[in-house]
Ligand binder design. Structure first.
Ligand SMILES: Nc1nc2c(ncn2[C@@H]2O[C@H](COP(=O)(O)OP(=O)(O)OP(=O)(O)O)[C@@H](O)[C@H]2O)c(=O)[nH]1
Ligand SMILES: [Mg+2]
Length: 297
């Protein structure tokens, strides 16, 4: 008999949720950057091992709602809670905010009976005394199933997380093919990868306003895949930074993204990038939807 479980991955922005999901799944399914609010929509990372299929639902970090995109991100978090068999709640040990986490957990209101594990992440950045202190503090305000200490970016604690989840998920049939590892379409993988490279390269200069839209995705007869995508930013000054001197910025961005895409999609990608300014797109519901952030019903 197989086991199956959908596992929500929650926690404040920048806690390391996507890093952990990638490490558990063993593939880059969810983009990662130093900037908070990197993940915008729920992303599924799928792992099938030892007769057990776990579907990790990576969510955006909870944060204040300032525009339509934030509202969409909140909705993605809260709608994830339904229908889960387990949850991971991540805390960045180097920057714990217990009060914020407490109010996050109250908003999340995990369905009664759903085992929720506290994952104390970034243990490489703190000492054991700090870990013990934070562990006690959090145990005081929520009845977690178990506490697991990890360093997601350093390959530490993953086995404990997997073992703990395999213990609690129920018997049931798989929902996905045994080889599947992501819910994203190839178009979305391109959009997310280009956004990831842009966030990583320009994280100090260009804020969260980047969005990427694939305009064309064509398989050519020579075996190459031709992809045309547009990067949207909110300000002319951001466009200038990304384009760079003589177009060098966007050229390098394209080269790095293309390399990652060749690996992820397993074939040769020809990537053509454009850049456009769309002022305040995050405040415009139609544009938020158009750029791929459409509420699931
Ligand atoms: N030192 C250290 N850094 C980590 C660890 N795990 C994640 N990080 C870093 O923390 C930053 C944020 O990681 P993400 O995985 O994007 O965090 P997230 O929780 O998904 O963030 P949002 O999507 O913005 O909510 C990245 O720079 C990661 O490399 C860890 O165990 N140790
Ligand atoms: Mg993330």
């Amino acid at each position: 008999m197989t086991k199956f479980g959908a596992v929500g991955v929650f926690g404040r922005a920048n806690a390391g949720k996507s890093t952990l999901v990638n490490a558990l799944v063993g593939e880059r399914v969810s983009i990662v950057s130093k900037r908070p609010q990197t993940t915008r929509k729920r992303i599924l990372g799928i792992l099938t091992v030892d007769e057990c299929q776990l579907v990790f639902c990576d969510t955006p970090g909870l944060h204040a709602i300032k525009n339509k995109l934030d509202a969409y991100m909140h909705d993605e978090i809260l709608s994830t809670v339904k229908g889960l068999q387990a949850g991971l709640y991540l805390v960045d040990l180097s920057e714990p905010k217990p009060e914020e986490d407490q109010s996050y957990l109250a908003q999340l209101n995990p369905e009664s009976g759903m085992p929720l594990f506290l994952v104390l992440n970034k243990s490489d950045l703190v000492d054991v005394v700090t870990i013990a202190k934070i562990r006690d503090q959090y145990a005081g305000f929520y009845k977690f199933e178990q506490v697991i200490v990890t360093a997601a970016a350093r390959d530490k604690g993953h086995d404990e997380v997997l073992a703990a989840l395999q213990q609690v998920v129920p018997e049931g049939p798989y929902a996905y093919d045994v080889d599947a590892y992501t819910s994203l379409s190839e178009r979305e993988i391109v959009e997310e990868t280009v956004r990831e490279v842009a966030l990583q390269r320009f994280y100090q200069e260009v804020p969260h306003s980047i969005a990427v839209q694939v305009e064309e995705f064509k398989e050519r007869e020579n075996g190459k895949t031709f992809v045309e995508a547009t990067i949207y930013v909110e300000k002319e000054s951001h466009k200038k930074i990304i384009v760079g001197k003589g177009g060098d910025g966007i050229k390098t961005l394209g080269q790095i993204a293309r390399q990652r895409l060749n690996d992820l999609l397993g074939r040769d990608i020809f990537l053509q990038l454009w850049i456009k300014v769309r002022e305040n797109w995050r405040r415009d519901e139609q544009w938020v939807e158009r750029l791929g952030y459409r509420k699931s019903t």
